[in-house]
Design a protein around this ligand. Structure first.
Ligand SMILES: [Zn+2]
Length: 131
């Protein structure tokens, strides 16, 4: 068995492993603040909310969430899937990849967390208002 076939599908995996190794080298314990149980709880709730918002808003053409980022003082437009994976990453690793380079999003296709929450509340209210 030869292990040096070109185009082996494990190339991506090897890349990924390198990334993780590099990342851990740059982040020593004092950077790595473990999440408190309360913080983890918050993120789990956010993930559940996000799932609801996505289910309600994605069919209306909304592609994601707008975050006014205190770290870069920039508005980030984050797609649903990316937002979900960011939150999961936060849970798993205590870090987030929120600060993606902008890719020229259409602001009309993104809503704030508050808008999404209000929208979801409105839907729930109108559904429970049916007698
Ligand atoms: Zn940012």
């Amino acid at each position: 068995m030869s292990s040096d076939l070109p185009g082996e599908p494990h190339a991506d995996d090897a890349d990924d492993a390198d990334h993780h190794a590099d990342f851990e080298d740059d982040h020593h314990e004092d950077d790595q603040v473990p999440l408190s149980p309360e913080e983890r709880e918050d993120i789990v709730v956010d993930l559940e909310d996000l799932e609801v918002y996505r289910t309600l808003l994605e069919p209306t053409g909304i592609k994601g969430i707008v975050i006014d980022c205190p770290d870069c003082e920039t508005i980030h437009h984050i797609g649903w899937a990316l937002m979900q994976s960011n939150l999961r990453q936060l849970l798993d690793e205590g870090i987030t990849g929120l600060h993606e380079p902008p890719y020229d999003p259409d602001p009309a296709e993104y809503v704030t967390w508050e808008y999404a929450r209000g929208y979801a509340d409105g839907v729930v209210a109108s559904e429970s208002a049916i007698d």
